[in-house]
Design a binder for this molecule. Structure first.
Ligand SMILES: C[S@@+](CC[C@H](N)C(=O)[O-])C[C@H]1O[C@@H](n2cnc3c(N)ncnc32)[C@H](O)[C@@H]1O
Length: 263
């Protein structure tokens, strides 16, 4: 990001002090760039990793944003849980870190300009988050499987996020259902597609020419998937039947929950 190369799965615990400071500084500079273009009370949401979360939060806090916790995306990860390297048989009952089963989506807010949240909502339409429904606040844990193969088949991007999760999250960012969503790292176009599905105006920025060229088509295709899935429910979409090589068709399925979804 920002000129840095994405390496295959760095061991976050072994980042040097200089590398950790680079991460923190990057998010401080990103915060500095975002501050003047966001209205007071605007929220930022950003996917991270538990080991680096504090550096991202520290960078954004230094830029003047309020740290507003995180929404945990629960899914079966494959990181962590390993025995000590090259000593696996010596320490069979040890794992160096817990096995990862969540991805933190960190929340930040530009300070409100008005005396109260209610006044800020009246003036700017921001300062709070949109509920899932009148009787259901946005939870800070969301059950979310890995990005379905159906979506990943649309475009090869290493970090494409699932429509189910993105539609819930982008919908929550505009409490009055009005305004613009900015996605400064558009990638596959998944966030912009989610905005379209929810019915929000949005704009995206993408550095990579190849990704940029594919955006329009990706957005159209992703936004048209799962009609009716508009972020106003935590229910995961039912996947269409998948045809196997043998011609057999497996039944539609919901992604398997890891834990019970909070009400
Ligand atoms: C983590 S991915 C985002 C993926 C996206 N959320 C999705 O679901 O497809 C980050 C993206 O930001 C792009 N990027 C990195 N630095 C950028 C910059 N300075 N300005 C704009 N885009 C950038 C990368 O090319 C990459 O596609």
């Amino acid at each position: 990001m920002g000129g840095s190369q994405r390496d295959p799965l760095p061991r976050f615990t072994t980042l040097s002090a200089t590398e950790r400071e680079h991460v923190r500084l990057y998010f401080k500079e990103l915060g500095d760039a975002l501050m003047p273009v966001l209205v007071p009370g605007a929220h930022i949401i950003l996917a991270g990793t538990p080991m680096l979360q504090h550096l991202v939060q520290s960078g954004f806090a230094e830029a003047g944003f309020e740290v507003r916790g995180a929404i945990m995306r629960l899914y079966r990860g494959f990181r962590g849980g390993d025995r000590p390297k090259n000593a696996e048989t010596e320490f069979p009952e040890v794992c160096v870190t817990p096995r990862g089963n969540y991805e933190p989506w960190m929340l930040f807010r530009k300070p409100i300009s008005e005396r109260t949240v209610a006044d800020n909502l009246r003036k700017w339409g921001t300062g709070a988050l949109r509920r899932i429904g009148v009787d259901q606040p946005l939870p800070d844990i969301i059950q979310s499987g890995k990005t379905p193969a159906l979506e990943e088949a649309i475009f090869d991007h290493p970090t494409m996020k699932p429509q189910h999760l993105l539609r819930i999250l982008v919908r929550a960012l505009l409490p009055m259902g009005e305004g613009w969503i900015l996605e400064p790292f558009a990638g596959s176009g998944s966030t912009i597609a989610a905005c379209q599905a929810v019915g929000y105006d949005s704009m995206g920025i993408e550095l990579d020419d190849e990704y940029f060229a594919a955006l329009e088509g990706n957005i159209r295709t992703l936004a048209a998937m799962y009609p009716g899935l508009n972020g106003a429910s935590l229910e995961q979409p039912v996947m269409p039947a998948v045809k196997h090589g043998s011609g057999a068709i497996s039944a539609p399925s919901r992604q398997q929950p890891l834990f019970a979804t909070p009400a």
